[in-house]
Design a protein around this ligand. Structure first.
Ligand code: SF4
Length: 470
């Protein structure tokens, strides 16, 4: 496969290239654009190599402008099946990032691209070129694809119909996955597609916990692992269940240890607070801990402005991503919010006290009907102080919990004992224990790549008597 006819280089070495606002020629999709999507579908009638553009091409766009983007890839091949579409679709992100001078972020209906001024000046001035690159990469990297064609939509009117069609396809995929649960299957799947950005990250995809990018559900992962068992998606036999409530499995631990090169040893699939699933950077939403309430909030990628904790999505994403195991900040898919296993080890869906309005409207049908109106949004309260009063007024179930009462200072919470080894202090937690010089016991705290802001630090003499087990 050659790209010598292209004005810029193409290859995995350019993955991770960042194009800042002042370096971009144009922006396609992204948070400031209403309609954008990327979709792959199997279609036996594909015209191999064909690229079509509906709307202005790159060369017709003004420098510094923003436009809708729809990328519709249709593929054909004797062995192709519909279950593979989502997995192929996820490769659009990777293949676009192979192009020197193109930055691609996110997936599905949140895709966001930038073309650099430098690449444009070198001659990368048409989506025809990008379409041809995508077709060549799809066929070379996934030989099961025999033919491919690409259609781009960059016009606000023309994108409407294909955008609606794409949303229907995503919904149908998610709906199908909702009917299956972790206990119904004897195989889970892993994915390491994001290791080029987050080397210690590997997704574990189960029926109840779809991939955190939201693009690959259990059915998709199964199909991909079947056709290419040595590829980036692979089988993960769950093995012995070590903790049912937390979703800890010997086979999943083994997988993450191997795939993170020993960096991560344990994962609780159903917890954002203890041994949480790692997060790359592609998560659709973030489940974040609110220590003042002992509850959780969820902010999604489309949320404008700040969350109830005063942080925008981008700031929390920096804390959450990169393949870290960050207690209190957990990258999740939107589909997972509707799972009966949703962070069940932390208290489940009833610990959610705040959500961005757009996200709440979107998942309202997935959460218990009697809880929906008790979850605050930015339209109800603007800060943590107001949140407490709002939750009490609306009788959110969290107000009956000991954790809530202790957090708001009403009652002393019974001291919990943490496992001596490996217990994780959630980010945002306001107490932080450090053993005195030469003191025995306590925790070994390793801080890597960590930014800490504290308004005050209180150092107390530790009671050395052993803490009681849970
Ligand atoms: S977020 Fe997970 S499932 Fe999605 S592409 Fe990345 S590694 Fe794969």
């Amino acid at each position: 496969m050659s790209f010598s006819d292209m004005p810029v280089d193409v290859g995995p070495v350019y993955e991770g290239e960042r194009i800042r606002g002042n370096q971009m020629y144009v922006e396609l999709g992204g948070p400031k654009i209403d309609k954008k999507f990327e979709l792959v579908r199997v279609n036996p009638k594909v015209e191999d190599g064909k690229v079509t553009i509906h709307g202005p091409d790159l060369k017709d766009m003004e420098q510094g402008s923003r436009h809708p983007i729809g990328i519709f890839v249709e593929v054909a091949g004797k062995e192709l099946e519909e279950d593979l579409e989502a997995v192929f679709e996820r490769r659009i992100h990777e293949f676009c990032n192979f192009v020197n001078g193109i930055m691609h972020l996110n997936q599905r209906y949140t895709n966001w691209m930038r073309v650099s001024i430098q690449a444009f000046e070198k001659g990368l001035n048409s989506l025809q070129q990008l379409g041809t690159i995508l077709i060549r990469l799809f066929k070379a990297e996934l030989p099961i694809i025999e033919k491919a064609q690409v259609t781009f939509y960059t016009d606000a009117k023309e994108i409407e119909e294909p955008h609606a069609m794409a949303m229907n396809v995503y919904n149908a995929r998610d709906e199908r996955a909702r009917g299956l649960h972790d206990e119904d299957v004897d195989m889970y799947y892993g994915c390491v597609l994001c290791q080029s950005f987050a080397p210690t990250h590997a997704c574990c995809i189960t029926p109840d916990r779809t991939s955190l990018c939201g693009s690959i559900n259990w059915f998709d992962a199964r199909a991909a692992a079947k056709v290419d068992p040595k590829g980036p998606l692979f089988e993960v036999p769950p093995g012995e269940c070590l903790n049912e409530e937390a979703g800890e499995f010997a086979g999943v631990n083994e997988m993450i240890k191997k795939r993170s090169l020993g960096e991560i040893e344990r994962i609780y699939l159903y917890s954002g607070m203890e041994f949480p699933h790692t997060s790359c950077g592609c998560f659709e939403a973030i489940d974040f801990y609110i220590p003042e309430i002992n509850g959780h909030g969820i902010i999604d990628r489309n949320h404008e402005g700040t969350a109830i904790n005063g942080l925008p999505f981008s700031a929390m994403a920096n804390q959450t991503g990169g393949g870290k195991q960050m207690a209190g900040f957990n990258g999740i898919s939107i589909q997972y919010i509707g799972s009966p296993k949703y962070q069940q080890y932390d208290g489940g869906i009833e610990t959610i006290v705040w959500m961005g309005k757009g996200l709440k409207d979107r998942v309202a049908d997935l959460i218990p009907a009697d809880l929906v109106d008790k979850i605050a949004t930015e339209e109800d309260v603007q800060d943590i102080n107001g949140l407490q009063a709002w939750l009490e007024e609306n009788k959110h179930p969290i107000i009956e919990t000991d954790g809530y009462k202790a957090a708001i200072g009403g009652e002393e919470e019974e001291e919990e004992e943490y496992e001596g080894e490996g217990a994780m202090v959630p980010m945002g937690t306001q107490s932080f224990m450090i053993p005195g010089a030469g003191g025995a016991g306590g925790f070994k705290v390793i801080l890597k790549n960590c930014k800490i802001h504290a308004e005050s630090v209180i150092i107390k003499k530790l009671d050395t008597k052993p803490r009681r087990k849970k």
